[in-house]
Write a protein that binds this ligand. Structure first.
Ligand code: ZN
Length: 278
């Protein structure tokens, strides 16, 4: 699934490849992922349009066109973009494709068909569920320690749940939530109000450094945009493997319906009753 560092990479690549490029034709295979908030069809609205820019807003990726329209994509678990030349295959899960004027094609693929692509007038984003409800962008300069302290101060929830609340912090997914907590040496079920001032400061620093580390690693890997790059992660999906810091065995626990991966030695629970290892 694309998380923030993946989206930053995809945004940069698409920007590089698409700005100024013209769409010749639109092919739609899975209209179920499309939400057309216009009177026109996607095909007629976008044929002949040129890409203006590509932007990111939390977990959303936005493509804007020179005809005042925009397509806002929320890829959810499995949505991805893929650029192919005329001799390459798109692969499985194509939902729609833009045939570009330079003979390449931009495909949107989604095996699970859970993602959504909204086509609408540029700027009318209040119509998109959860778009305007995003919390502070954790990659923005406004995301300061003071802002983070103010957000976490009122919370009583588990710290992993807090990190993943997109109405507060935009946006941390499952993989990087685990990596951040590992970096900050906090057990995923720690309650926000159990954190000491120093824990909160460490956690803030971990959010910033881990997200930037993820962005750097994905950029270094230099894979095509449809490839999920996770080779660098230290605990996510590494159950029963040795902790890279202390060599103990990485464990998995359920945190409100989500799987969390952590090291029980580096990330001890604050109180005994929070141990619920299966
Ligand atoms: Zn460890």
């Amino acid at each position: 699934m694309p998380e923030l560092p993946d989206l930053v990479y995809i945004q940069d690549k698409l920007k590089e490849e698409l700005e100024g490029m013209k769409i010749e034709r639109v092919l739609i295979k899975e209209p179920i992922v499309l939400r057309v908030l216009l009177k026109e069809s996607v095909a007629s609205a976008l044929a002949g349009a040129r890409f203006k820019t590509v932007f990111r807003h939390g977990p959303f990726l936005g493509l804007t066109f020179d005809n005042q329209l925009a397509m806002i994509v929320h890829p959810m678990l499995a949505g991805k973009f893929k650029l192919t030349t005329d001799t390459q295959k798109a692969g499985r899960g194509v939902c729609f494709s833009f045939l570009l004027s330079d003979t390449r094609t931009l495909h949107y693929l989604d095996d699970k068909k859970m993602g959504k692509a909204y086509l609408l007038q540029s700027g009318n984003y209040a119509q998109i569920p959860r778009f305007e409800q995003q919390g502070i962008d954790i990659l923005s300069s406004g995301f300061t320690l003071e802002k983070f302290q103010a957000l976490i101060e009122k919370q009583r929830k588990q710290v992993r749940v807090f990190l993943m609340d997109q109405t507060l912090l935009s946006a941390i997914g499952n993989a990087y939530a685990d990596e951040i907590l590992f970096d900050a040496r906090l057990h995923p079920k720690t309650l926000c109000n159990q954190l000491a001032e120093q824990d909160v400061e460490n956690l803030y620093n971990s959010v910033v450094t881990v997200m930037n580390w993820g962005i750097r690693k994905i950029k270094q890997a230099g894979q095509p945009i449809e490839v999920k790059v996770r080779g660098h992660v230290k605990v996510r999906n590494r159950k029963d493997q040795p902790c890279p810091r202390c060599d103990s065995i990485i464990r998995r626990a359920g945190v409100l319906g989500y799987d969390a991966f952590f090291c029980p030695i580096c990330q001890p629970p604050k109180r005994k009753q929070f141990i619920e290892w299966k």
